[in-house]
Write a protein that binds this ligand. Sequence first.
Ligand SMILES: [Ca+2]
Length: 370
Amino acid sequence: MIYCYKKVLLTFIFMVNCCIFYAQIFADFETPETTPLVKNGNAQVVDNPFQDDINPSSKVLRYEKADGNWHYVAMIFPDTMNFGNSTKMTFKVHSSTQGRVYYKFWNGSSVVIESWAHNYSNMPQPNQWVELEMDVSAAMGMPYTRLEIAAGVDNNSPAIIYLDDFKFSSPLAEEGYPVIEYTIDPILVYTESIVTFDASGSFDWNGLELTYNWDLGDGNTLSTSENIITHQYASPGFYKITLVLTNTEGKSASESTNLFVFNYGKLFSGLTFTNSVSEAHAKVEGVFQFTKTYSNPYDPSIVKVDAEIIPPGGESYFMPAFYYIKSAPDEAGRWVNDPNFQCWKVRFTPQKEGTYQVIIHLEDEDGQFT
Ligand SMILES: [Ca+2]
């Protein structure tokens, strides 16, 4: 029963960062909150003189690049900022000359991350707004207090440069959608347990209020603005928990987890059939879990699980059960196990109508259990 492992780990990360500002746009010069202090090159916030489809906004940062190379503008954030879970940064530039663009984040007197925007060969077209995109994943979770941008690099002409819409984003959630994160405690749930569902690691990128819609899998649902709820299950078995998180703009994220509930002192969760087949020759699938975990559930010399199937009025027969872990490809295309979706499964195909009895047999180093 390690379905909760990933959750616990992520919660820890969020606890570390819980007081950090996560907004996507961190400098657009439209409000005091999104306008850092600016300096160098007569830097100032001005009305956008080139409103267009790329940048229709009202206010932008302007600075003057003098003759020569490597003249930068600095943005200073009085409250320490943080990259959080951001992996990507975008911003817009409008320069009267064509040159390369370089960015450098500082935390106090240390450089956090610096590179070409978005690479060395990129020289944005002059006299138009251009959006640049760069990978800042190396700085995830790191604080910063200052951002310097040098535009028109490797072009010695003086230039008037405008900058705007400095924004972070993350694959954890599409833009504008809430980020969902919850834990279930305790890890082993009995019918006697008060189960805590803690979604306090969830957040909205833009700080919008969230509604938490829980489906607790046993017929109970709950819609609340509270990010922590408790529940007690009346019977052992398999439950599919789903949380749908919706912000005030109506954008939702959802995540499901499997939960097995045990009778106290019992090894076996009971068998739950995940499809309601009522005709012969259709496959039936049952899921179950044990309170014990095994180093290698695929090795029959460590653990062997069989289902004894007793058809109506017929001879019983055995079907081996198997351990199932859901896998999905990650960003790099590697298959990764999802610890939220693992359990024992048994499948069989009834040959005739009637009531079937299924008995689960477990054999491990402690002996045989039925
Ligand atoms: Ca703006």
